[in-house]
Design a protein around this ligand. Structure first.
Ligand SMILES: C[S@@+](CC[C@H](N)C(=O)[O-])C[C@H]1O[C@@H](n2cnc3c(N)ncnc32)[C@H](O)[C@@H]1O
Length: 431
């Protein structure tokens, strides 16, 4: 009897691409079915992820966290459709294929639910995960979906310790052991270790993970990001290069050009080519969340240097010279006017930048707390919003823009004047 999961998968595979965003209920139902079969509680009341395993090359997330990945409905659909396409393409040129699925989680989501589309004579799968409880859960699913005949091998092991010399090559090697920017999890090391097992015509999935650097005007007001260049591509070729290196080394640099004043923050994006036309791009799932270094302010004419550290917590680290920096000695006077003619605003924003650059502690702000509150209450809707706006804004230009957009006082001049009077009163009282 065909299981409900098979019907859901068929709908996901047959949907036109533009419909994927509307298929969340379908993916929710899929996840529900997978949890019912495996007995996994997806969101336990007290969840601290204590069952993750730290390896020397990154974190193997716990069974529960791995299961939660399935809920990312665009990720799930794009991976399923990409893997399906890859299997079909491989079968165009050969009668049967072997797939290595490294890091299955409890649902074996990227492969197991697709198997009903094929026959065991065509597709054989080797499954690896470091967590036995994930493989136990997966076994239940394999039985219910009656796909045992497809499973060549199932092993609880650290992929990075798996002896590849004893294995036959594979047509597809699939692993999703990553976060945005290849942070924290061992994707790079997994592909580096497994690449000798890929047949010459075989494919890694994802085919490509592409990390790019941008200058951005954050918080942005309709300004397009300013492209700096590519930081790193993880693909088949790169995996071979890394495999040849005794100690893997990833580093490089990009030029920082002259750019408009507002481009003060650095932004890094992670795009994933799962396979062929099946891409995951900015904001489609957690793997594509951009990393932003607010107020990084790299100096034009210098270089942004980067290096990928492969340690317990793999990550990119950056080195760059900062442009204009703020100093306490140059703090604007209380009555120095902003372009809008508002006193104290410049000083207040400048203080936020000093805190952001860690030149002063937050206590420094408290000394002028009453003045700050008065400013925020007068020109911004509330103090909380005001202080976070000033902290986030990398230029006075943005703060002023925000106030113009949000501060619709017909009696603007009177309001500014009243503010000035109150400011004087507080300063007289406190000095
Ligand atoms: C992010 S989850 C993805 C689960 C599933 N493949 C999916 O895409 O929904 C990563 C899985 O890889 C496993 N994993 C990560 N590093 C591993 C390692 N070094 N050896 C074996 N398994 C690992 C984790 O235990 C986890 O089950």
């Amino acid at each position: 009897m065909s299981h409900k999961i098979n019907d859901i998968i068929d709908q996901i595979l047959n949907a036109p691409e533009h419909q994927l965003p509307s298929l969340k209920p379908l993916v929710d139902e899929l996840v529900c079915q997978l949890c019912d079969i495996t007995g996994i509680e997806l969101h336990p009341a007290f969840f601290q992820d204590e069952h993750a395993t730290e390896t020397p090359c990154g974190k193997a997330v716990s069974m529960t966290t791995a299961a939660q990945c399935a809920e990312e409905f665009i990720r799930t659909q794009v991976f399923l459709r990409g893997v399906f396409q890859a299997i079909q393409d491989q079968l165009k040129t050969q009668d049967s294929i072997r797939i290595l699925y490294a890091g299955t989680g409890p649902f074996g989501l990227l492969v197991i639910p697709l198997l009903h589309q094929f026959t065991p004579g065509k597709v054989q799968v080797c499954l690896l995960d470091i967590h036995q409880e994930s493989l136990d859960a997966l076994q239940k699913l394999i039985e219910i979906l009656a796909v045992d005949g497809f499973i060549e091998n199932q092993q609880c092991t650290d992929i990075l310790q798996w002896p590849i010399e004893q294995q036959q090559p594979f047509d597809l090697i699939i692993s999703e052991t990553m976060k945005a920017m290849l942070d924290q999890e061992p994707q790079v090391s997994v592909f580096r270790h497994l690449i000798p097992l890929l047949k010459p015509e075989g494919e890694l999935i994802p085919q490509k993970v592409q990390i790019k650097a941008w200058l951005t005007a954050l918080p942005s007001y309709n300004a397009h990001d300013f492209y700096l260049g590519e930081i790193f591509i993880l693909d088949c070729q790169q995996a071979y290069i890394l495999n040849q290196q005794k100690t893997p080394f990833i580093s490089g640099s990009l030029d920082i050009p002259e750019s408009p004043e507002v481009y003060k923050s650095l932004k890094f994006t992670t795009d994933i080519q799962v396979y062929g036309d099946h891409w995951l791009t900015e904001y489609q799932c957690s793997l594509n969340l951009p990393r932003i270094i607010t107020g990084a302010n790299p100096k034009p004419g210098t270089q942004l240097k980067y290096q990928y550290e492969i340690k317990q917590y793999p990550k990119f680290i950056f080195d760059y010279q900062r442009g204009e920096s703020f100093s306490i000695e140059h703090l604007p006077d209380y009555f120095e006017l902003s372009d809008l003619g508002i006193p104290y605003l410049k000083r207040c924003w400048y203080k936020s930048q000093l805190i952001k650059q860690k030149q002063v502690t937050e206590d420094y702000l408290k000394e002028e707390y009453e003045l700050d509150q008065l400013l925020f209450n007068t020109f911004l809707s509330d103090p909380k919003e005001g202080s976070s706006l000033l902290y986030m804004s990398c230029s006075m230009e943005y703060v002023e823009h925000y106030i113009v957009e949000n501060f619709h006082a017909p009696d603007k001049d009177k309001k500014i004047n009243d503010f000035k009077v109150s400011l004087k009163k507080i300063l007289n009282r406190t000095s």
